[in-house]
Design a binder for this molecule. Structure first.
Ligand code: HPA
Length: 285
């Protein structure tokens, strides 16, 4: 994978969703390679402000459109760029915006950014997402650290080979506890729970939400599980956080809307930035 040259025709032609499979580890732009990021972060819907909030000392911005073969998101609230920056003595690569299965991309395409970050040398990956909450002990506007997930997307980035990756511990418990301690010291509520990853793009029906509750889910969203599978297959330490943006379908009188997800995500992002900064200052890694 290399940086595109501006001004050529192909530079502005985004890759199109395909059903094909291409999970090779691509060549990464030299600017990322030379930066040698240690920690990767993926920001979900409405959480992009983390990168604008001055938390990171941003060195470089690389729009996804400048990287050959990297899929581009069509979803409002997803910017589509990598940031290279430093905080608390660590080098970060931040994926501001992701692509989703529901846009028509394959699981391999959805995870091409994860493979790029892994190849660039990160050892730790922090995944964030927006999710509907179905556990009534939790509530919208708060955060949930992922203890485990249910992959209900019907697909995997590892399709096409016999990679029998152990998924007994996807979300690193030590990392999670460092974040929980940081959240407590910032007076930020951080629940722990199980995230159900669905394909979307439609939100769930109340009956589906009741089913997910019976299956053990605390929150539901349309991302993260595929990325976490890919990251574990590449040996990364993974931690994940859901910004609980709305009550899941049937739990409130309000119809679900992407606008609500973006507004709640933006409002809660600042608190997560504080937790992240505190965890990093305490020596996360
Ligand atoms: N369902 C699925 N995905 C979501 C939701 C939801 O309620 N909220 C934010 N992403």
């Amino acid at each position: 994978m290399s940086l595109k040259t501006a001004g050529t025709c192909s530079a502005n032609t985004p890759a199109k969703p395909t059903a094909g499979h291409s999970n090779e580890v691509l060549k990464i732009p030299s600017i990322i390679e030379e930066f040698k990021p240690e920690i990767g972060i993926v920001l979900g819907s409405g959480l992009g402000s983390f990168a604008d909030a001055g938390a990171l000392d941003v060195n470089t911005v690389i729009p996804y459109s400048q990287i050959d073969d990297l899929p581009l998101s069509t979803v409002p609230g997803h910017k589509g760029r990598f940031l290279l920056g430093k905080f608390a003595g660590k080098r970060f690569i931040v994926a501001q915006g992701r692509v989703h299965l529901y846009e028509g991309w394959s699981a391999q395409e959805v995870t091409s950014g994860i493979r790029l970050m892994a190849t660039s040398g990160i050892r730790t990956l922090i995944l964030t997402n927006a999710a509907g909450v179905l556990n009534t002990d939790m509530r919208p506007g708060e955060w949930m650290a992922l203890k485990d997930h249910l992959n209900l997307t019907g697909t995997s980035p590892l399709l096409g080979g016999a990679q029998f990756v152990d998924m007994s511990v996807v979300y690193d418990s030590e990392l999670r506890h460092q974040f929980l301690a940081a959240a407590a010291s910032c007076d930020t509520i951080m629940f722990e729970g199980v995230y159900a990853g669905v394909r979307g793009p439609q939100y769930e029906t109340p009956a589906e939400i009741r089913m997910l509750g019976i299956l053990g889910a605390d929150a539901v969203g349309m991302s993260t599980v595929i990325e976490a599978i890919q990251a574990r297959a590449l040996g990364l330490r993974v931690t994940g956080f859901s910004c609980l943006t709305n009550w899941a379908a049937g739990l409130s009188q309000e119809p679900l809307s992407h606008q609500e997800v973006l507004v709640r995500g933006a409002a809660a992002a600042g608190r997560f930035v504080n937790v992240l900064k505190t965890a990093l200052r305490n020596g996360l890694d």
